[in-house]
Design a protein around this ligand. Structure first.
Ligand code: ATP
Ligand code: MG
Length: 437
């Protein structure tokens, strides 16, 4: 993409309304624009990142055997009366009346709707287990929308729901999701610590919040110092190998057990010197809800004996749009964003230091075409503006690699290559550039 054809409305000044770094950089890098409190329009650069995150989430859900569906944003309130949650949600729920005076709402989550879909089609244990998910916009009329996309009112969430014949089988679905989350976040290049959240309805350890550590996180958390160094990369466990899955999750649970009540050091069993105080952002939440929706919404399935019995479920959320801000919180410096490679909006930024100079234009055009032919997504800054502005912009946008071509280097047939993360620069022969990427 040529920068001159593209649309990245970068800002030089820090917007006053942005309190935290991710919000500032998202606005300054022209990734999104606020359209109402807590509601944003995604501009091309921001949308690219959002889609990359969404796709990683999707691929990892699919690998874990979850099936994608797409439920609407608007739901009939009736379903929520069945589950009894319409009042529980209170003012966070945006209620709407249609022209026939029917009560509708903009969905804050989808347990009721997925239960309704499930009960319409699935009657037998033979069709279980099932994990269904979608990636859809949600609306919660938050009291204090703030920090940009981190706490919006409209936000993109992946929510999955599992259906099993027994609590024991439901635990396997839970473990699959737990492992899928570890893999999802590892692929994004971020470290999210699974912290045991409040215990589920039947006890056990079936509720975890995935916390991305960062100094601007909304909640104060205490983590065992071993977590700081722990490599989160998931092991080669197969989702079909129930035993290995159980073993992997038990291994994690041992660490949770050691870090029980990690949110509150006063009641924590770990010696204070082994705790690190930090802040965190919740980017995902998984929990087991037992037969709650099966019971409240009168959804039954047949077991092996032909008896009608409840099913057991869990729900599994990831804040897809929150992650865009969360990742920036975890990965930036004073010049701008530093995207992990897997979610960077472009692979490489190409800077032409002297647009209009025949040699520079030609060298840039060649490199641009060669990289594209090699399947790389390149942002070519071909604008006729000062070098300082181009460098600053490219650093702000945070692509993992920059290639700088100017008249001086061209005399020796070299370009400068910069790694955004390490800041390391080196000269590379023009003929070798493509083979590096
Ligand atoms: P929080 O405590 O941050 O309000 P929650 O417990 O209400 O989160 P869930 O209902 O578990 O969140 O939703 C699943 C995921 O959706 C959360 O882990 C978070 O990443 C994301 N999320 C929730 N609320 C928002 C919001 N207002 N803006 C952006 N993302 C959100
Ligand atoms: Mg909330």
């Amino acid at each position: 993409m040529k920068r001159s054809d593209y649309f990245i409305p970068t800002l030089k000044e820090n917007p006053k309304e942005a309190e935290i770094v991710s919000h500032r950089y998202m606005l300054r890098a022209g990734m999104m624009k606020q359209t109402s409190a807590g509601i944003y329009a995604w501009l091309p650069l921001g949308l690219k990142v959002l889609k990359k995150i969404e796709n990683i989430v999707r691929e990892e859900q699919n690998k874990a055997g979850a099936l994608e569906v797409l439920m609407p944003t608007i739901q009939p309130e009736e379903l929520w009366r069945e589950s009894g949650r319409t009042d529980a949600y209170g003012k966070e729920m945006l209620r709407i009346k249609d022209r026939h005076d029917r009560d509708m709402l903009y969905g804050p989550t989808n347990e009721e709707m997925i239960t309704d879909i499930f009960r319409s089609y699935i009657y037998s244990y033979k069709e279980l287990p099932k994990i269904l998910y979608h990636i859809q916009w949600k609306f919660r009329d938050e009291v204090r929308p703030r920090f940009g996309v981190m706490r919006g009112r409209e936000f993109l969430m992946k929510d999955a729901y599992s259906f099993d014949l027994t609590p024991e089988l439901a635990q396997i679905s839970y473990q699959k999701m737990l492992l899928a989350y570890v893999r999802t976040f590892a692929r994004m290049g971020v470290k999210a610590i699974p912290m045991q959240a409040e215990t589920g309805p039947i006890g056990g350890k079936l509720s975890h919040e995935f916390i991305l550590l960062g100094k601007n996180g909304e909640s104060k958390v205490f983590a065992h110092k071993d977590w700081m160094e722990k490599d989160m990369a998931a092991p080669g466990v197969s989702y079909d190998d129930t035993e290995a899955l159980q073993k992997y999750c038990d291994g994690l649970t041992e660490i949770y057990a050691a870090t029980e009540d990690i949110h509150d050091p006063a009641t924590c069993s770990i010696p204070a010197e082994e705790l690190v105080e930090t802040r965190g952002i919740e980017i995902g939440h998984i929990f087991y809800y037992d037969s709650k929706y099966s019971d409240s919404m009168n959804s039954r399935i047949q077991n092996e004996k032909g008896e009608l019995v409840p099913w057991y479920g869990g729900s599994y959320g990831i804040g897809v749009s929150r992650l865009v801000g969360g990742i920036i919180e975890a990965s930036h410096d004073e010049s701008g964003i530093i995207w992990p490679e897997e979610i960077a909006p472009f692979d490489v930024g190409l800077i032409n230091l002297r647009v209009g100079d025949e040699a520079c234009d030609k060298a840039c055009k060649d490199i641009y075409q060669q990289l594209q032919a090699a399947g790389k997504d390149v942002l070519y800054d071909d604008r006729n503006s000062g070098a300082g502005e181009k460098f600053a912009d490219m650093d702000l946008i945070g692509l993992p690699w920059q290639i700088v071509i100017g008249p001086k280097g061209l005399k020796n047939n070299v370009a400068e290559i910069k790694n955004r993360k390490t800041g390391e620069k080196r000269e590379v022969a023009l003929s070798e550039i493509v083979s590096i990427f």
